[in-house]
Every structure is written in C-alpha cells, then in structure tokens.
Design a protein. Structure first.
Length: 294
C-alpha cells in the first residue's frame, strides 16, 4: 500500500510576511462553509484586532476558536448595529484595530454591518476591505450564466404579491440577476420568477463549499418543480440569466409619445420616450410632430 501523503501545512512556507495592522475598521470576509477558505490576511487582522464586531457572537466565537484566536467580541446584528457603530468610532479614535465580520462570507452584502461602515466613513476614519469568500461570486462562477454584467437583488420579500412586485422592478434589466433565498420559500420564489421573468435559464446553488454542495440548472419553470428545489436545507443563491431585449411596437411608442406630450414639447417628449423604450430619437421626434399635426 502506498504511503499516504502528509497533511498539508496550514500556511504555505513561502507565504508573504505579515504586515503591521494599522488602526482602522477592517471588513473581514470569513468562510461560507469550508474553514480552509480563510485567508492569511484575514487571520492577521483578526489576531491583531482589539475588537471584533460580529453578526452572531456565538458563530464567530466558534470560528475564532478554530484558529486559536481570542478576541473581544461585540454583537452587531439588526438590533445592535447603531450601538456597534458608536463603539467602533470610539475605539478607532483611540487608535484601535476593529474588525467587522458577518456569520459567513463578505460583510455588508445583505448584512447589518453596513450601518457601522457607513458611520465610520462619515467620520472620516479609515475603512479597509479584507476580501475573501462570497456566496454571490461563488454561485456566479458555477451557474454557467453570463457574469460580465450582474444585478444583485438580495432577498426577495416573503409574500408572493410583494415578491412579484419586486421582480417586476428588475424584469427589464439586461443583467444576470442574483438573489438570496431560504429553503422553505425557494419553490414559491422560483414559481413567481417564472411567472414574472419568463422562460429564462437559471441556477440554484446550495451549500457552497460544503460537503453537500449542489448546483441545479434549468429554466425557472423547470427549477420550480424540481424535487431538489422543494424546501432544501442550507444557504441558497439563485442566479437568473438576462432576458431577451423587448422591442417596443409602434403602438407602444405612439402611446408613450401621446402621454409624454401632455407634459412636454415634442423634442423633449421624443427624448424621454427614446430613453424609456430604447428607441432612436429622430424617428420618434418626427412621429411626435406628425401626431401634433405639423
């Protein structure tokens, strides 16, 4: 039997040397499932931190313990973000190193830490990103859909009516859409997406970087009834491909022009409709003059 290879070293022997961590607020990305996705720089910052603001201190305490770190933790969830911001500013003015982490992934993405970062920036104090794991980017990588232009829409509302209203707001966007969703609401959300966004290709990424990582691909309608998308467990990212460009009909253009000319002269009305319907302005202006009887 061949000898098993030795366990890999926790840190590459040729890793760049540590740098001194200066005072500032550090937005530290943490693993979304696999603990070995922690970056060396993130560990340096957390080891040097005088204070760590955490969405859930229990979750972060386990993370720090896995790396042998002991740091003062303070809560920074939806109910405590304002107090955490005041505490961060106070400590930063004293020259401290303050780190901000979410439960998993990159802070400030659908995360209460935004309140802290915005307050610190408003005070003119230094803020530094410590990039790393991100479920949004990880899902885009494996979805098999265009990733050059992306609109991240966060969590959809829990009720179908409000959800469809929000989906209508992004229906005409020409970017790939990315949503976060929970397991119990996933199938209903996919059904609403299919109804509002139409037959677009999509991917449901689940448990990214974890043991049961899964990416299910298909049309929105197919995914809505796929057994694997019926209340699955774990963190979920839904990636939806961009829709086809809709060309406005002559009737649509005339109706828009007629409405616009109740408020604006022909030239400005044509310019407004041109932007709204993605149509050339000159033909619209000519049509506006015709409609006005000139």
């Amino acid at each position: 039997m061949p000898e098993s290879s030795p366990d890999p070293s926790p840190f590459p022997p040729t890793a760049p040397p540590r740098r001194t961590v200066a005072s500032g607020l550090y937005l530290v990305a943490t693993p979304i499932g696999n603990l070995r996705d922690m970056t060396l720089r993130a560990l340096d910052v957390l080891a040097a931190a005088d204070l760590v603001l955490a969405e859930d201190t229990r979750v972060t305490a386990k993370l720090l313990s896995a790396y042998g770190l002991k740091v003062r933790l303070e809560r920074c969830d939806d109910h405590a973000s304002a107090r955490a911001a005041d505490l961060a500013i106070e400590r930063l003015r004293e020259g401290a190193v303050v780190a901000l982490v979410s439960d998993a992934g990159t802070p400030l993405v659908s995360d209460p830490g935004f309140v802290v970062a915005r307050a610190v920036i408003a005070e003119g104090l230094p803020v530094h990103p410590i990039p790393g794991p991100s479920s949004l980017l990880a899902a885009l990588c494996i979805a098999g859909l265009p990733a050059d232009r992306v609109l991240f829409a966060g969590f959809l509302p829990p009720k179908s009516g409000a959800r469809r209203t929000m989906l209508e707001e992004v229906r005409t966007a020409r970017q790939t859409l990315v949503f976060f969703e929970s397991g119990p609401r996933l199938a209903d959300s996919l059904a609403d997406m299919a109804a509002v966004l139409g037959p677009r290709p999509a991917a449901v990424a689940r448990e990214l970087t974890k043991l049961y990582e899964e990416c299910v691909r298909g049309s929105l309608a197919e995914l809505a009834v796929d057994p694997r998308c019926q209340s699955p467990k774990g963190e979920i990212v839904v990636v939806v491909g961009p829709g086809d460009i809709e060309v406005a009909s002559d009737a649509d253009a005339d109706a828009a022009l007629a409405e616009a000319m109740t408020r604006l002269p022909p030239g400005e009305a044509a310019a407004e409709v041109s932007r709204a319907l993605n149509l050339p302005r000159k033909p619209l202006y000519k049509r506006a003059l015709e409609m006005q009887g000139r």
